[in-house]
Ligand binder design. Structure first.
Ligand code: PAF
Length: 290
């Protein structure tokens, strides 16, 4: 449904909620892909996964002001509604939910979700208020789109932890599916912000993926987290990247690596004027070499 003539466009949160509830009443499984638009192959992979697992798919496009700090790129964040519709034309999407700001944050709105735990470190430190804005809008979107499952990209690994904790703590009845990062042929993770990169910066941006490769090889070789972090940082700095963090942490708590538990390598930094993040999962290993 929705493939031949493109998705049905819905602006009103009450209308999308009614449509989703009616579908679920008919026994249909509904999948939800929340986005901020400027869709790329990473988003399409989420939509395709949702379409493979669900009867109906909802995609939302909303550039959420509350997850941007005042000095960040909210006003220049790419908004490409025509290209987004084209990107979704070949996908099996039933509804495209594109609310206005007032629909999500009604006049007089004064409620925000505040989070510690997985929201505290890394992006939480470098973008104060960011995860409060993410948790708030995702919760609001989940109220409007009471789907069976929601699909997020592993590229924003910390965001997936924040969303999973938020729904657990607030008892929001939705399943979270985390899908693999989609990369350019040279390894750069797909991101709507990649369009900001000047050609020379675009070439240097591969250093994030290279740093994650260093992490994976060093992890396999049994090196301790501190040594791996120094190698990652050294590589990024050697390519002229202003590093915000280069860390090896427990994949679930984002605290110190635990024995025999999966870890994650996290990197973030500025390439020219563009801030990029990336990560790589590291399999559980014995800590005997540490
Ligand atoms: O990952 C994103 O695009 C955004 O953070 C999200 C989850 C759509 C919330 O605005």
């Amino acid at each position: 449904m929705g493939a031949a003539c493109g998705p049905e466009m819905i602006v009103d949160p009450d209308a999308v909620r009614a449509a989703v509830l009616a579908a679920r009443d008919q026994g249909r499984r509904v999948g939800f892909v929340p986005t901020m638009g400027a869709l790329h192959a990473g988003h399409v992979s989420l939509v395709d996964r949702a379409a493979a697992e669900c009867d109906d798919v909802v995609v939302s496009i909303f550039v959420n002001p509350t997850q941007f700090a005042p000095q960040e790129d909210f006003t220049r964040y790419p908004r490409t509604p025509d290209a987004d519709r084209t990107a979704l034309a070949g996908c099996r999407v039933r509804w495209l939910f594109a609310p206005r700001a007032d629909d999500i944050y009604p006049p007089g709105w004064c409620t925000r979700i505040s989070m510690d735990g997985p929201a505290s470190r890394f992006e939480g430190e470098h973008r104060p208020g960011h995860f409060s804005g993410v948790a708030t809008v995702v919760c609001r979107l989940f109220m409007a789109v009471p789907a069976d499952r929601a699909y997020f990209g592993a590229k924003d690994w910390q965001q997936t932890l924040v969303v999973r904790r938020m729904i657990r703590d607030l008892g929001v009845p939705i399943g979270i599916v985390v899908c693999p990062t989609v990369r350019e042929p040279d390894g750069l993770a797909m991101s709507s912000r990649n369009v900001y990169l000047a050609p020379a910066d675009r070439r240097r941006a591969t250093a994030l993926w290279e740093a994650l490769g260093i992490a994976a090889r060093s992890w396999d070789a049994g090196h301790v987290p501190g040594a791996i972090e120094r190698s990652m940082r050294g590589h990024l700095e050697s390519r002229g990247i202003a590093v915000d963090y280069a860390a090896i942490v427990d994949a679930e708590s984002l605290g110190p690596v635990e024995p025999a538990a999966p870890a994650v390598a996290l990197v973030a930094g500025r390439v020219g004027g563009t801030r990029l993040i990336d990560n790589l999962q590291l399999p559980a290993r014995s800590m005997r070499n540490e």
